[in-house]
Design a protein around this ligand. Structure first.
Ligand SMILES: Nc1ncnc2c1ncn2[C@@H]1O[C@H](COP(=O)(O)OP(=O)(O)O)[C@@H](O)[C@H]1O
Ligand SMILES: Nc1ccn([C@@H]2O[C@H](COP(=O)(O)OP(=O)(O)O)[C@@H](O)[C@H]2O)c(=O)n1
Length: 225
C-alpha cells in the first residue's frame, strides 16, 4: 500500500512552505519541497554554463541532478548541488525566475517526476508545489490550494527577504510575483491550477495559525491524524 500524501499547492508567497513544514512536523511525515528541485535545476544551469533556453541541455541537467538536502542544526535545510552549497542562491528572486523558466519545459518536468514520487514513503508525505495535487500525486487523499492577493504575497516575501539581509524593493517583488504567476498559470504543461478536489484557502486576511488550524481540522476529518 502506498503511503498517504497531503498536497499543498499555490502561488509564490501563499504560505505553502510554512504550512507544509508545520504539518509534516505535526504528523511526523516526510516533506517534499518540489520547488527546490526546479530552483536547483535553474541554478545548476548557471553553474554549468547552460542557457535556460536550451531545453535539451536543461533537461539533461535535470535528469542527472546531483542534489542533496541536509537538515542543519539550526533547523534550516542545506541544499547542495554537486556538493556545493546553493541554499542561499536558489532563494533569491533570480533563483525563482530561473526555476519558473526551466519549470515550463515539459522534458524537465518529466525528468523530475520519478524523483518527486520517490519521496512518498511511510508513514506519509506532505508535498509542497504547483502540481502536487494535479499531476504528481493525483490520488492524494487530501489536497490544499493556498492563495492570497499578489500585494499581500509580495509584502510577505519582502519582509522575509529583508530579515535574511537581502536588499529588495517591494514594487519590484510585486512585479516579479505577478510575472511568475502569469508564467506558471499559462504554461501548457502542469499549469498552476487548483485540483478539482482541492480545498482552497485564501489567507489574504488570515494569519498562519488560523490557516494551520483550518488545515488540521480537514486532516482530522479525513482520519489522517
Ligand atoms: N497566512 C499568513 N499570514 C502572514 N504571513 C504569512 C502567512 N503565511 C505565510 N506567511 C509568511 O510569508 C512568507 C512566505 O511564506 P512561504 O511559506 O515561504 O510561502 P510559499 O512557500 O507559498 O512561497 C513567510 O515569511 C511566512 O512566514
Ligand atoms: N511543483 C512545482 C514547484 C515549483 N515549480 C516552479 O518553481 C518555481 C519556484 O517554486 P517555489 O515553490 O520554490 O517558489 P515559491 O512559491 O516559494 O516562491 C515556481 O514559480 C514554479 O514555476 C513548479 O513548476 N512546479
Amino acid at each position: 500500500m502506498l503511503a498517504p500524501v497531503i498536497t499543498v499547492d499555490g502561488p509564490s508567497g501563499a504560505g505553502k512552505g510554512t504550512i507544509s513544514h508545520m504539518l509534516a512536523d505535526r504528523l511526523g511525515w516526510r516533506f517534499l519541497d518540489s520547488g527546490a528541485l526546479y530552483r536547483v535545476t535553474g541554478q545548476a544551469c548557471l553553474i554549468e554554463g547552460v542557457s535556460w533556453d536550451d531545453h535539451a541541455a536543461v533537461a539533461e541537467i535535470a535528469r542527472h541532478l546531483d542534489v542533496s538536502f541536509t537538515a542543519a542544526a539550526s533547523g534550516e535545510v542545506l541544499v547542495a548541488y554537486r556538493g556545493q552549497d546553493v541554499s542561499r542562491a536558489i532563494r533569491t528572486e533570480e533563483g525563482g525566475r530561473g526555476a519558473s523558466t526551466v519549470a515550463a519545459i515539459p522534458s524537465v518536468r518529466e525528468a523530475l517526476l520519478a524523483r518527486q514520487r520517490d519521496f512518498r514513503q511511510p508513514p506519509g508525505l506532505v508535498a509542497d508545489g504547483r502540481d502536487m495535487g494535479t499531476v504528481v500525486f493525483p490520488d492524494a487523499p487530501l489536497k490544499f490550494f493556498l492563495t492570497a492577493s499578489p500585494e499581500e504575497r509580495a509584502e510577505r516575501r519582502y519582509k522575509q527577504l529583508i530579515l535574511k539581509g537581502e536588499s529588495v524593493s517591494l514594487p519590484r517583488l510585486l512585479e516579479d510575483i505577478k510575472e511568475r504567476d502569469a508564467r506558471d498559470s499559462s504554461r501548457p504543461v502542469s499549469p498552476l491550477v487548483p485540483a478539482e478536489d482541492a480545498i482552497v484557502i485564501d489567507s489574504t486576511a488570515t494569519g498562519i495559525d488560523q490557516v494551520f488550524a483550518q488545515v488540521l481540522e480537514k486532516v482530522t476529518e479525513k482520519g489522517l491524524m
